[in-house]
Each structure stands twice: as structure tokens, then as C-alpha cells.
Design a protein around this ligand. Structure first.
Ligand code: ATP
Ligand code: MG
Length: 415
């Protein structure tokens, strides 16, 4: 385990947001951390962390290759991707626990090559947050301060502020084993925040928590990040977590960035099949590009059986030639479904319309999911479970249905 490092004093760190508490002698409420200029999800244009063409090799193995990232000050930035894609390696290079084989890392505009981890104004919260068992909560949180010679009343005041920030005010005297998992996680956060870093790096920090607690902590973390205005670089392999928390998500695969953008960009305009499949569920159709208008992205795709599907190319940089193999992705919630024998809200007006038989109907709580066998293969449709959207009560395996959707649901992917 790496101990929460001592970081330079606030005076040495021009890039970090203002903490009014730095100068105020009296104990401060948690709100004193609020960065006054932040409104909603807005963040500064200045980059707090930049990776410029960074490659990391372990021996002959390339863990991260030609990575370019610019993380705006105050942004909630997530690195998302499957196990082994290079997320932790990227974080460790920012933290200073690994050096890039090529390329450059900048923090607050300054190259940090050769700057050891404890001199970077960055703190890391690890998945296995490993609190010190022989110290109570307050001593755990104050660890980084004592390393920097901040003790006594100053330490106590800053620890109290940090604990209030993570809603653990008054629990400083507890032993760590007297806390729940979520509370322990918050102690780990307070221990990192107390150092007032420019950037907080979080490596799957909620991985050890059960689903309900995880959801609560997601909202808390997001609210906390708004409150303190610190740049968060957050590693997760959970797409839902990345979507709900982030301003910007970077999707990685095998050490390469696949796409970066807002959660909405990634969900609604995934540039390739990997991103479309990693974020949310999709129906995929393979075909060949019949026609493509580069100016607008409008594209026609010929499926194997001669069906023509019209949609949009999602990758504005792609210049596929006619006849290129492409994939059409359609999100399940864009599909309408109705009983074939008529009834409520039949999707008869839709541009694409297929008849089929339900293979499986699954109750998902707020939605119902239908898997329907059609001439284009098995399709997944999801319907909101409420009166207004016209639920399909009693529809189950074997029932004949009509499935349809509009052209604007067709995402044409070139890779
Ligand atoms: N010190 C090392 N020596 C050799 N290979 C390493 C080292 N650290 C990481 N790797 C390899 O680099 C790749 C990326 O590892 P990394 O830990 O960054 O993945 P990750 O995206 O964080 O995955 P996970 O979601 O499983 O934590 C993996 O294949 C891993 O085995
Ligand atoms: Mg990892």
C-alpha cells in the first residue's frame, strides 16, 4: 500500500482551487471549502492534468500507448474500460508512482517528469483504502498533515473540516473497525482531501461497497466534488458509475483511448462498436455502406438480406468508402413494441418495422425487456413500466409482436 503522501504546502501549489480555510484562523464549517466561482457542472478551461502522447511499457508489454488527455480544472473525469486496459497505470503515472516510457505528464501546466509522488499536489484514494488500524479516525485523517509538520490545533481544525466534509463530524475518536464500510471509505476520502490537493485520483474507490451503498456514495462523491471544486480523476470499469458521475468519460481498451466526451456524447454517439457495447446495451446489425454524405454524416447501410437502413455515421472523422463493412447500432429503448394483433400504440408508422416472436420477457423494475426473434435476428426492446407508455401486460414468450423504430435511432459505426 502507498501511504497518503505528504503534499507541498498550499503556498507551493498555485494550481489548486482556493480554500478560504487556508487563511482563516477560526475553525471553519465544511462550506468554507466551497470554491466560489463554480456554478453547476461548469469547470475551468485551464487544464489541471495533461497527458501528452504518453506511452507506458513494462518490458516489451505496452500497457498504455500514445495517450493524449487534457483534464480541465474542476472537472470530474473518468477513465472507463475493461480489466487490464491501462486505467490504473494511467493514474499511477499522474500520481508519480510510475514514469511514462515516452511522452509527458503535466500538472497545473507544469511538466512533472522527475517530480516524486510526494511532491506532486495530487492525492490518491485506492480501491483498497487500507486505513491505519492502530490510529483512530482523526489520526488517520491527519496523517498527511503531520507528515508535513502541521500538528496541534491546526491539525485538529483541518481534520474536523475534512470529517465534516464527508459527513463524519464527531466520529474522529472512533476506531476504524467501529465504522461501516461506507464510513471507512469516507475516512479514506477525508484523509486525501485534508491535504487539499489540486487533483484527487480515485482508483475504483467504491469497489468494495455493496450496490446500495455504492449508489449513495456515488451521489455523495459527486456532490463533494462540486463543493470542493477539486479536479477528480476517477477510475472505474462500471459504465453506469462513469455515466452518472462524470463531466467527461474516457473509454479505454488495450491501452488506447477509444473515445472521450460527455456521458451523453458517448451514449448517443459512440464512435465504434466497442464503445457502443461497453456503454449500455445495443442491437447490432452488420452491413455494408451503400451511401454516405460526409457533410452531414447521413448514411445508408445495406444489410445482408437487401434491407436498407438509413442513419448517421457517429464518427465525424471517419471517411469510409462505399461498400465498407459497417455496423448499425440501435438502443433498446428506441424500439417500440406492440402486439401483432393490434392493440395499444402499434408502431405501424415507424420507418423500420419487423414482425417477430417474443423469446423472453423480463421484468426489470422500472422497465420491461423483451427479446424478440425477427428476420434480422434477436432484437432487444425495453419499455418503460408505466401507463403512459402503454405497458404490454401479459405479453410473454411465443407471442407475435411488431417491433419498429425511426431512422434517427440508427447509429452507423465504422469500426
Ligand atoms: N508493474 C507491471 N509490470 C508488468 N505489467 C504490468 C504492470 N502493471 C500493470 N501491468 C499490465 O498492464 C496492463 C494494464 O494494467 P492496469 O493495472 O493499468 O489495468 P486496469 O485497467 O487498471 O485494470 P483493472 O480494471 O483490472 O484494475 C495489464 O495487462 C497489466 O497486467
Ligand atoms: Mg486497475
Amino acid at each position: 500500500m502507498t501511504t497518503p503522501g505528504a503534499t507541498p504546502s498550499p503556498e507551493e501549489s498555485p494550481g489548486r482551487p482556493a480554500f478560504p480555510g487556508d487563511r482563516a484562523p477560526a475553525p471553519l464549517a465544511a462550506t468554507a471549502f466551497a470554491a466560489p466561482t463554480r456554478v453547476g457542472a461548469s469547470y475551468d478551461d485551464a487544464a489541471d492534468v495533461e497527458l501528452v502522447d504518453v506511452t507506458k511499457r513494462f518490458g516489451r508489454f505496452v500497457a498504455v500507448e500514445h495517450m493524449n488527455v487534457s483534464i480541465a480544472r474542476g472537472a470530474f473525469y473518468s477513465l472507463l474500460g475493461p480489466s487490464g486496459c491501462g486505467k490504473t497505470t494511467t493514474l499511477r503515472m499522474i500520481a508519480g508512482f510510475e514514469q511514462p516510457s515516452e511522452g509527458e505528464v503535466l500538472i497545473a501546466g507544469q511538466p512533472v517528469a522527475g517530480v516524486p509522488a510526494y511532491r506532486r499536489n495530487v492525492n490518491t484514494v485506492f480501491q483498497h483504502y487500507a486505513l491505519f488500524p492502530h490510529m483512530d479516525v482523526a489520526r488517520n485523517v491527519g496523517y498527511g498533515l503531520r507528515q508535513r509538520g502541521i500538528t496541534g490545533d491546526d491539525e485538529r481544525r483541518r481534520v474536523d473540516e475534512a470529517l465534516a466534509l464527508v459527513r463524519l463530524g464527531g466520529l474522529g475518536g472512533r476506531h476504524t473497525w467501529e465504522l461501516s464500510g461506507g464510513q471507512q471509505q469516507r475516512v479514506a476520502l477525508a484523509r486525501a482531501l485534508v491535504n487539499r490537493p489540486t487533483v484527487l485520483l480515485l482508483d475504483e474507490p467504491l469497489g468494495a461497497l455493496d450496490l446500495k451503498l455504492r449508489k449513495e456514495m456515488q451521489l455523495e462523491l459527486k456532490a463533494l466534488q462540486h463543493q470542493v471544486g477539486i479536479t477528480f480523476v476517477y477510475v472505474t470499469h462500471d459504465q453506469e458509475e462513469a455515466i452518472t458521475m462524470s463531466d467527461v468519460v474516457v473509454v479505454m481498451r488495450d491501452g488506447h483511448i477509444q473515445q472521450q466526451g460527455s456521458p451523453r456524447d458517448l451514449y448517443e454517439r459512440p464512435v465504434n462498436r466497442f464503445v457502443a457495447g461497453f456503454l449500455g446495451l445495443s442491437n447490432f446489425f452488420s452491413g455494408r455502406l451503400a451511401d454516405h454524405e460526409p457533410a452531414t454524416g447521413a448514411a445508408s447501410v445495406s444489410l445482408g438480406d437487401g434491407t436498407i437502413i438509413r442513419g448517421r455515421l457517429t464518427d465525424p472523422a471517419a471517411r469510409p468508402s462505399a461498400g465498407a463493412e459497417v455496423t448499425v447500432a440501435v438502443r433498446p429503448e428506441r424500439l417500440s413494441i406492440a402486439r401483432a394483433d393490434g392493440g395499444a400504440a402499434a408502431p405501424l408508422e415507424h420507418t423500420t418495422r419487423l414482425t417477430g416472436r417474443v423469446q423472453q420477457a423480463t421484468y426489470l423494475g422500472e422497465q420491461n425487456e423483451y427479446r424478440v426473434e425477427t428476420e434480422l435476428g434477436e432484437l432487444i426492446a425495453r419499455r418503460q413500466n408505466n401507463e403512459a407508455s402503454g405497458a404490454l401486460p401479459g405479453v410473454g414468450p411465443g407471442d407475435a409482436v411488431v417491433v419498429g423504430w425511426e431512422d434517427d435511432a440508427n447509429l452507423v459505426l465504422v469500426a
